[in-house]
Write a protein that binds this ligand. Structure first.
Ligand SMILES: CC(=O)[C@@H](O)[C@H](O)COP(=O)(O)O
Ligand SMILES: NCC(=O)COP(=O)(O)O
Length: 252
């Protein structure tokens, strides 16, 4: 069964909008776990636009190994005031999984994965350092990416397929081409012994079609749509709705 990892970034956006302490991402942990999610994801960014390094440590303490903790970030983003660097955050928080994402501050959100042929050499020591910390390592990649063998060769455990283009195609009513690209990439990854995660812009509207077309997906991380839907339906009910979609897709 595909694991659902709930991304809590957007709770921190709401909190930061007024500069106070509430709503805190850590306050969602017990509800998300009680609803049955198998993981929690956050993507602390150097500009502290939402989840902060302080949130990262508070979440690690609150999760306390009850479910998987997935930390996303760019390992090459330099430390700065208020941001110690992604590797330092992983050393402090010891997440279950570190998902490496090549984002820069100028991006409004994640919109591309690594160029594995270009980036593999400089990723190799980062992967080794994270695995030495006991983290599973996942590399954020575009569907159709070339060089998946490089990801396996440098010791990555998984890839995460960027599903933004799929979500856009699904909303336009023409998902077939993007689904085929995602399915091909998942098959190639599995053949290389890589696990397959997926994420970005997945929602209740498009998740079932995705999982039926890409059955190798072991984990989906979902935040923007899920937290938005939870504003109306509640967090517990929304998490359970996603789990029901995952269960239905697993039965074909
Ligand atoms: C890596 C990825 O695709 C997203 O999970 C990312 O966490 C979204 O970041 P924002 O919530 O800052 O848009
Ligand atoms: N890795 C994807 C993720 O964590 C959440 O992405 P989104 O659902 O906020 O687009």
């Amino acid at each position: 069964m595909t694991l659902l990892s709930v991304n809590l970034n957007k709770i921190a956006v709401l909190r930061n909008s007024r500069g106070g302490h509430a709503p805190a991402p850590v306050a969602a942990v017990d509800t998300v776990i009680a609803a049955g999610a198998g993981g929690i994801t956050v993507h602390p960014r150097p500009d502290r636009r939402h989840v902060t390094p302080e949130d990262v440590l508070a979440l690690a303490a609150a999760i306390a190994g009850r479910v998987e903790y997935n930390l996303e970030g760019n390992p090459f983003a330099p430390p700065r005031e208020g941001y110690p660097g992604f590797l330092a955050l992983c050393a402090a928080a010891r997440p279950t999984q570190a998902t490496l994402v090549p984002d820069s501050d100028g991006q409004i959100t994640s919109d591309h994965g690594f160029d594995l042929r270009r980036d593999a050499a400089r990723l190799r020591p980062v992967v080794a350092e994270l695995k030495a910390l006991g983290c599973r390592v996942s590399l954020f990649v575009d569907a159709g990416v070339e060089g998946l063998e490089e990801a396996a060769a440098i010791g990555a455990d998984r890839i995460e397929i960027y599903t933004g283009p799929y979500a856009q195609a699904h909303a336009a009513g023409v998902p077939e081409r993007e689904l085929a690209r995602c399915a091909r990439t998942a098959e190639q990854a599995r053949a290389l012994g890589l696990g397959v995660n997926a994420g970005h812009d997945l929602s209740q509207a498009n998740l079932g079609d995705f999982l039926r077309a890409v059955p190798q997906v072991g984990e989906v991380s979902i935040g923007h749509a899920l937290i938005g839907e939870a504003l109306y339906a509640g967090l517990d009910a929304t998490v359970r709705a996603y789990l029901a979609i995952i269960a239905a897709a697993s039965h074909g």
